[in-house]
Design a protein around this ligand. Structure first.
Ligand SMILES: C[S@@+](CC[C@H](N)C(=O)[O-])C[C@H]1O[C@@H](n2cnc3c(N)ncnc32)[C@H](O)[C@@H]1O
Ligand SMILES: O=C(O)C(=O)C[C@]1(C(=O)O)C=C[C@@H](O)C=C1
Length: 254
């Protein structure tokens, strides 16, 4: 198992000083510190990345396509790449942030592996998928408008071969107000333990409030089943961050 996450960039101090409100965007300043930001902000991220390699290895099929949607700097893309041991498989990373993709290209070039990676700068809402065995949405769906999520997942499920999967990692919310408060507090303690100040935590919270829209585990499960996946497994949870494995059954087990 490998752990080849991009990691040589700057420390995230983007919210360290008081500043006027603006909605969070994946621009050049975020791209520069992104590896540090996501590692210190998402509990379990450093576990989920190497597990994407393990899961890809289990489900990739010869002659199929693999997709990493919202690939950012390519951490999940490279994990998938190292789980693919067929040379007739294609791997495509898609992101609509040119600033992220520009850096992603460098990380892909630095990664010592023969499988080509195609990077596309486009909105995944408009992307075409076909003949897929493994697709990853690692903390990306949460940024897609809620009314567009079902359509996107349905297109992914339709493009997925029998026996193929979608790896879906998301920040979630909870029905119970008490659990929501507890999990949010624990998440903020995780950020504090990683060196973020109260000001950084509260300014980041305000910046993502209108752009990162978490849903409940039940909403995700139902939507994945509606989309056409046959089984949904919660394979990872740390506080309010989860990763699901949605599986399309093989025809003969239906
Ligand atoms: C939290 S990051 C994903 C992290 C990455 N998958 C990883 O494992 O390191 C979310 C990414 O999704 C991208 N994104 C958000 N909405 C998108 C859309 N509609 N189409 C394409 N990319 C999108 C953002 O630009 C950003 O790079
Ligand atoms: O929920 C938060 O507080 C976060 O900072 C999470 C999160 C994410 O889940 O993508 C938000 C934006 C950045 O992409 C990095 C981390």
């Amino acid at each position: 198992m490998t752990d080849r996450k991009p990691g040589d960039s700057g420390t995230d101090r983007l919210f360290a000083h008081e500043q006027p409100h603006s909605d969070f965007r994946f621009d050049a300043s975020v791209a520069r510190v992104f590896p540090d930001m996501i590692r210190r902000s998402v509990p379990g991220y450093t576990t989920i990345i190497p597990m994407i390699e393990v899961i890809t290895e289990q489900y990739v099929q010869p002659g199929s396509h693999c997709y990493d949607l919202g690939c950012s700097l390519g951490a999940s893309t490279l994990a998938m790449r190292h789980g693919i041991h067929y040379n007739d498989v294609t791997l495509t990373g898609i992101d609509n942030s040119a600033d992220m993709l520009e850096r992603c290209e460098h990380y892909v070039a630095l990664d010592d592996h023969s499988l080509p990676v195609t990077l596309r700068c486009e909105d995944i809402i408009e992307s075409r998928f076909e003949n897929a065995s493994v697709t990853t949405l690692n903390f990306t769906l949460q940024f897609v408008a809620p009314e567009q999520r079902q359509g996107l997942l349905t297109r992914i499920a339709e493009a997925t071969r029998p026996g193929g999967v979608l790896i879906l990692s998301e920040k979630i919310r909870f029905e119970s107000e008490q659990e929501q408060d507890t999990q949010t507090r624990l998440h903020h303690e995780f950020k504090r333990a990683n060196g973020y100040s109260d000001l950084e935590i509260s300014q980041k919270r305000a910046a993502i409030e209108r752009v990162l829209l978490p849903e409940t585990l039940q909403q995700h499960r139902e939507r994945l089943l509606n989309a056409g996946f046959d089984q949904v497994i919660l394979w990872y949870q740390c506080f309010n961050f989860v990763s699901l494995l949605a599986i399309k059954s093989t025809r003969n087990s239906q």
